[in-house]
Each structure stands twice: as C-alpha cells, then as structure tokens.
Design a protein around this ligand. Structure first.
Ligand code: GAP
Length: 507
C-alpha cells in the first residue's frame, strides 16, 4: 500500500460517507478549505468536547473565551506576526508555480530544512541542483511570504485587518480584563477554541495543512519563579509520556524515551511542571480517542524550528502514513506576548502578588489542531479485513454515531418497535441511528464502515419475549438482552465498565 494511496482511501470514505469534503467542491474547491459533513461534524464536536472537559471544565482556574477572528493590524504589529510570520517562498522562473522552499528541498534531499534562513535555503537549492517540481524550470531566489490573510475594515478602508493566524492573540490583548476576572491571582489559564487562518503557500494533505483550521488553545499564565509549583502536578506525576530530546535527535533516534512526567522534570528533560502537566493531559486525551500510545511522542524542537515567540517547543508528533507530523504545538511563550502588547498599547500587564512582588506572568501554551487530530483518528482507526470490508474502529469517545438500530423486517410491527427503541436511546442521550432498509449483512457493513460500535437488531423474539440482539463491531459477537436492560448495557459497554464477553456469559 503506497503512502499516498493510504490517505486517498481515507479521503474517499470521508467524501462518500459525509465526514469531510472540499469547500466549494462544485466549483473545483478553493485549495486548503474543507467542510465537515454530518458525521464529521458529530466527530469533530466529540473531539472538542473531550478537550473542553479535560483541559478546561475539570480545572478550577481556567475559563474559555470566544474572540473575534478578524483583528486590527496593531495586534499583529505588536505580536511580531507582521514581521516574522513568514514561510520561505520559491517561484519557478518558467511556469511561475510557487512552492514552500523547505518542502521542495525535503522532497529532494529527504532532510528537513525548516527554519533555515533564506540564504541557507538558496544554498541548499543550488548545491543539490534542485529545479521546479512541476516543470523542471529554474527556481528564482527564495523570499519571505507572510502567511496572514489581509483585509480592510470599514467601507472607507481606513484600517488594515488580518484574520487571526492563531487564537492566542485574543487572549493576550484581553489580558487585563481576564486577569481582573481571575482576581489578579496566579496561576490562571484562558482557553479558546475556534478558527485560525493561514495563507499557506502549498496547502496539502487534506486536513493536515489547510488555510482555515481550528485550534483548541490555552494560555496558562504563571509566576516564572514558581514554574515548578503547578497546583495539580501531583495528579499526573506518574503518567508516562514519550519524549524525543535534542540529544536523541543529534544521534538519530529510533524509539522515543519513556519517562513519567515527574522523572522528566526531575532529570531536566522537560523544563517545568506546567509544560509536563499538559504533555500528560495530551497523552491521556490522544490515547482515549484511539491513537496508540507508541504512535506519538513529544519532540523538543531545535531552536531554529520554534516559532518567533517561543523559548522552547515540545511538539506532539504522530507517526502517520505521510511521515512524522506535528499534531499539537506546545510552546513556552515566556512573557514575550504580554511584554510586546504592554509596550505597544502603553499598558502595564504587571500583577501584584500577595507578598507585594510585581510579576509579568510567563505563559505555557498547548495548541491542539482539531483537523490534525481528526485526521489522525481516522488514520489510526481505519481497518481493512478479510471480508473485503473497510471500517473504522473508533472508540465510543469519538464515534460519530454510537449505536445503530435495525428491524430485521419492516413488517409485523418490527419497524415500529425498532423505531421506538431508537427514539428511547436518543432520549437517553446516545447518538443512535435507525436503518430499516437492505439486507441485515449490508446494514452491518454500512454501520461498521462509519465506525458505529454497537448494532441492535429487533427481531421476532423482540415481540415475543421483549429481547434484542446487540452486535459488537470489533468482534462481530452477538448477545441477547431484555429490551429494558438495553440502555444501561450500551452505557456500560461504551464506558468500558462492562465487557462484551461478560455479557455473553450472563445472557
Ligand atoms: N498558537 C500557537 C500556534 O499556533 P502552531 O504550532 O503554529 O502554534 C498549533 O499551531 C497547531 O495548530 C498545530 O500543531 C496544528 O495542529 C494546527 N495547525 C497549524 N497550522 C495548521 C494548518 N495550516 N492546517 C491545519 N492545522 C494547523
């Protein structure tokens, strides 16, 4: 199976079964814009809800905000995005196609050229005799290309505005009001989920690099002198995380290093408890949504790879069919943004601590990309088997639909009873799906293809002895249960409180 074809298989199911499709598809698409369809929207929402629950609602000192996506130029002038949020663009002198220079180089040499200067990139292009990937024409000199989408605000166009390239800036520019809301005490965090926009030179690989995408970000503000006093660190101290240190990268690593967060901080592999806390939360979240723990790790980025605002990044990378891909950015943003905005807006963002000490907080930022996580789940849960079926082994945590209800036949009251059971499951809060047409095997195949964990069949025994059959997607095993026990059984199966095998023995 070639790598390109693997992603194409996933895209094919996504288009056909209502997960994701290109924006403005009937007009040929827009390049880097995608719409979530009915199933995609349900699954995307589950991913967001899981993040919201474990990163925001489970915490006492973190609240979520919803900011504007279009911000005035002053914001990005201060934040450094206007000057530094660039990608290296190289254009073919012959066919005029444009490419991201580091990607063209990687395509030929196989080595990452991310973060290198324009001069270094030009030298690599010359030394390796690299020509245009489309027409073999000569490539012009590499230049900086700012990734922000620019527009004018107002009918007279007096003010330049930009679509935000990250959700974070809304939080920094609201810092004073947010700190007041949090009674000016540290630590506190502010979360935001929403769209960000980047005019990527070469959007590619489906949801992995789009021009509009969603981020789930937290700016965690803390006193740098207390960077190892995260209030809940003890709760994650024993969680093992996969790490790739800079030293391992120099030596050429094969397997990540497995350490508990506590050991990682104690041994200086991770700079502080705030960072370690979130690496643990991300590890737990990815495992819960079906991404095997050996398939992702946190890589300490080299200095030249880190964004302009970061004093160190430990990005979560996943092993995908396309290679190693960044799925989550984890940045130690220090007091960079607050200092920049304080200076540019002539404000002060200093907080006074109970002992009188004045502090401009430091910031740790976990930035999770919804689309990249969504795609990673699709890839890691995709299955092909000897029946010739393709299906998704989604855990119930992300399955867009949780249970399918089928009447064996449409006649003799079976359809009515199945519909009633389906309605009751929906009332109980399950994402239930009713399918009354086609052979039963075909209905199982349709349900498995979109990853529904459990199918419930209503047959003549349902009328005679008030029982239904539940089929487990992963093992294809079936159990019979009284209708009155169905809701509880589905709940216990989904939560992992009951095992299908155990039910089998009981029934
Ligand atoms: N506020 C920090 C920030 O934006 P980033 O590493 O540039 O950091 C964070 O982005 C995450 O946002 C990435 O790890 C990825 O999941 C997602 N992301 C960034 N650019 C993206 C793109 N063009 N398409 C899809 N997701 C993207």
């Amino acid at each position: 199976m070639s790598e390109e074809r693997f992603m194409d298989k996933i895209i094919e199911v996504c288009l056909r079964r209502g997960f994701v499709s290109p924006t403005a598809e009937i007009y040929g698409g827009a390049g880097g814009f995608y719409d979530y369809g009915p199933l995609g929207t349900l699954m995307r929402q589950k991913i967001i809800d899981l993040w919201r629950q474990s990163f925001v609602l489970d915490e006492d000192d973190i609240y979520e905000i919803t900011g504007s996506t279009l911000l005035p130029e002053a914001v990005f002038k201060a934040s450094g995005h206007l000057d530094s949020f660039d990608d290296p663009l190289v254009q073919c002198e012959k066919c005029k196609s444009m490419f991201k220079a580091d990607e063209v180089i990687k395509g030929v040499t196989g080595k990452s050229a991310e973060g290198l200067s324009l001069e270094e990139l030009d030298k690599l292009i010359a030394d390796n005799n690299i020509n245009c990937p489309s027409c073999e024409g000569t490539l012009a000199k590499t230049r900086d290309f700012n990734l922000m989408f620019k527009t004018e605000i107002g009918s007279t166009g007096g003010i330049n505005g930009y679509l935000r390239p990250e959700t974070a800036q809304n939080i920094f520019i609201n810092f004073k009001r947010l700190a007041n809301f949090m009674r000016n005490k540290l630590p506190f965090g502010v979360a935001q989920m929403g769209s960000s926009f980047r005019n990527e030179i070469s959007p590619r690989n489906f949801l992995i690099r789009g021009r509009e995408f969603e981020q789930m970000e937290i700016e965690m503000f803390y006193d740098q002198d207390k960077e190892n006093e995260h209030p809940r660190f003890h709760e994650v101290a024993d969680i093992e995380i996969n790490l790739v240190t800079r030293e391992m990268q120099e030596k050429g690593w094969k397997e990540p290093l497995k350490l508990t967060t506590e050991a990682a901080v104690d041994e200086g592999v991770i700079p502080n408890q705030y960072l370690a806390y979130y690496l643990a939360l991300e590890t737990e979240m990815l495992k819960a949504i079906g991404i095997p723990e050996d398939d992702f790790w946190f890589r300490h980025m080299q200095d030249h790879e880190a964004p302009h605002y970061s004093a160190g990044n430990f990005d979560l990378e996943a092993d995908l069919s396309l290679g190693h891909m960044e799925i989550v950015g984890n940045a130690l943003r220090t007091d960079y943004d607050l200092q920049k905005h304080a200076k540019a807006s002539k404000s002060t963002f200093e907080l006074t601590m109970p002992d009188g000490k004045k502090v401009v907080p430091h910031v740790f930022e976990p930035s999770l990309g919804v689309g990249r996580i969504f795609y990673t789940v699709l890839e890691k849960c995709y299955r092909e088997d000897e029946r010739g079926w393709t299906w998704f082994q989604f855990p119930p945590t992300v399955a867009p639909l949780e249970v399918a209800v089928f009447p064996l036949m449409k006649k003799d009251g079976l359809a009515e009873l199945a519909q009633e059971i389906h309605n009751e499951l929906k009332d109980a809060g399950y994402l239930s799906f009713y399918d009354g047409s086609g052979k039963i095997g075909k209905r199982y195949a349709r349900a498995d293809e979109i990853g529904i964990p459990y199918c419930v069949t209503v047959d003549y025994d349902s009328i005679k002895e008030f029982s239904v059959t539940i089929r487990d997607r992963d093992t294809m095993k079936q159990i019979k249960l009284p209708i009155e026990d169905l809701e509880i059984a589905i709940g216990e199966l989904m939560d992992g409180e009951a095992d299908f095998e155990e039910f089998n023995q009981e029934s």
